[in-house]
Design a binder for this molecule. Sequence first.
Ligand SMILES: Nc1nc2c(ncn2[C@@H]2O[C@H](COP(=O)(O)OP(=O)(O)OP(=O)(O)O)[C@@H](O)[C@H]2O)c(=O)[nH]1
Length: 598
Amino acid sequence: MKQANIRNFSIIAHIDHGKSTLADRIMEQTHTVSERDTKAQLLDDMAVEQAHGITVKSRTVRNHYEADDGQTYEYNFIDTPGHVDFSYEVSKSLAASDGAILLVDATQGVQAQTVANLRLAQQNHLVIIPVINKVDSDAADVPRTEAQIQKLDPAFENLEMLKISAKTGMGVHEVLEAIRTTIPAPTGDKTAPLKALVFDYMYDAFKGIIAYVRLIDGSIKADDALLLMAEQTKVSANSLGYFAPNMTPIGELNAGDVGYVITGLKDPQLVRVGDTMTAVANPTTEPLAGYEPAKSMVFAGFYPKDNNYNELKLAIEKLSLNDSSFHYSLENSEALGAGFRCGFLGMLHLQIIRERLQDEYGLEVLTTAPNVTYHVHLNGQTEPMIVNNPINFPEFSKIEYVEEPFVKAEITTPNELLSDVMKLAEKHKSTLLDMDNQADLIVLTYKMPTSEVAYEFFNQLKSVSHGYATLDTTALDYEVADLVKVEVDINYATVDALSFVVHRQDADKLTQELVKKLKVAVPRRLYPTPVQAVVEGKAVARVDIPPLRKNAAVSGGKKSISKKQALLRRQGVNKRQSAKNSIDLPQAVFNAVLELDL
Ligand SMILES: Nc1nc2c(ncn2[C@@H]2O[C@H](COP(=O)(O)OP(=O)(O)OP(=O)(O)O)[C@@H](O)[C@H]2O)c(=O)[nH]1
């Protein structure tokens, strides 16, 4: 394929505006797949994606398009996820594209994520084709949607926009033509030293690490000796090809192409998304700019449930490779043993990783309460202690002060929901920095503690705005905060894995809520079990879990004395045993903490 006949593009859209449906139609109309094969949304085949109805992981698919000018074009479509937790994935896909289709649902109009994704595309200097979708729907308001899009960018002002139905296929041919006529062909030099952007990775149990690449210059042939520049890792191109949408081997990838390289490499630690791939024989001198590594916002402990630590370790390693914004390190808890401290972009990300462990690896994990990274300044120390695990949060008498991270939170909301959204933000310790109009939407800019945004805020925002408001966050600096560690004692023994850190002002309310939940969640025993929440050495909330059976000392009046004595002896044995036994806690106990509105 001549380079002039290649187009690399993405589709960017607000969630549910029809991106996957349009991708399916494009694959059908270019005969990449037959209509029969396009069962329910081909691209969203990951089980979690189907369960959540959202695209999590980016895919790339090569299509061959026979255009109206009589020529055949190679259309590399790079799918992007639509959720805010995954904007990191979006930037990766966009860096590999030359243009983007900005898809807007005519029944909803421009939404916050439309604006946020457009901004990312503009930062990547992509040519943008706005397209209005769902025009077949009775609820569509095409003129209003068109007017909103026109206000987003001066370039769209007098533009005649494409109006389509991804569902019926109407107008999709015009989109295919616009891709050819509007998005530029890649401009690389096939004869220059190899320079390829590794924009994603996948792990395959048999084939090892598979790198997704966009070739900027040069070419790759099977068996070429390659170099991943970040870690100076040498690999061999065991096999290469493209996705159509299944892996399709090919002998050579050239400048401008998007495809995959099977490296055979087994160690996930040696590869990095955003890396530059070059040839050992004739390496490029200048690596590509790559990406900023994604910073974790939320941390939580993952512990194996059924003694399958090694299996869990392997699964977590593979997932972190496949999802470069998911980080982990090893950790230990007295209550739960060996486990992992995992870093996520947000709570939805955490939930999705948990589900992927279950769906793809059959592994259930115990999850501890989420937290952010704190800077703890100890008395007499100049450097702060970096704490991202409540277990390591130092004892209060040693602490001079604590700092927590803040974010700039940009909330885009329809005008009529403004007051509800503002009330919610205020509840989460925010400071309003700015207020602006964009199309028919209001953009509110707040400064907020990261912990307030990262846990439940997004779900609450979705709920008060019926899904119409969206959120975009950028990290700001650390600031002093009044934080305390809450410890949970069960039967007078601290269960370290249940500890969490909260703002002092919320500690009372949250600990009361917590013990109430624990009263139901902690398994009953033969004797009453006290559960208390402790803050700075003082028990601030307490419940007693009732015993499993009637206590011999207070009931069983009709029983004979010897039977009572036997029962008392059994209870005594149980008490002594339990003092020695490590406590076996079900996920329900951890959920009691996870469900708190921290
Ligand atoms: N009426 C109508 N419905 C559509 C059209 N395109 C998509 N839909 C429906 O809109 C819903 C969302 O479509 P998807 O293609 O899954 O949306 P998406 O943007 O890929 O969603 P995410 O992957 O979650 O970002 C589905 O129920 C589709 O059937 C259209 O042109 N007309």
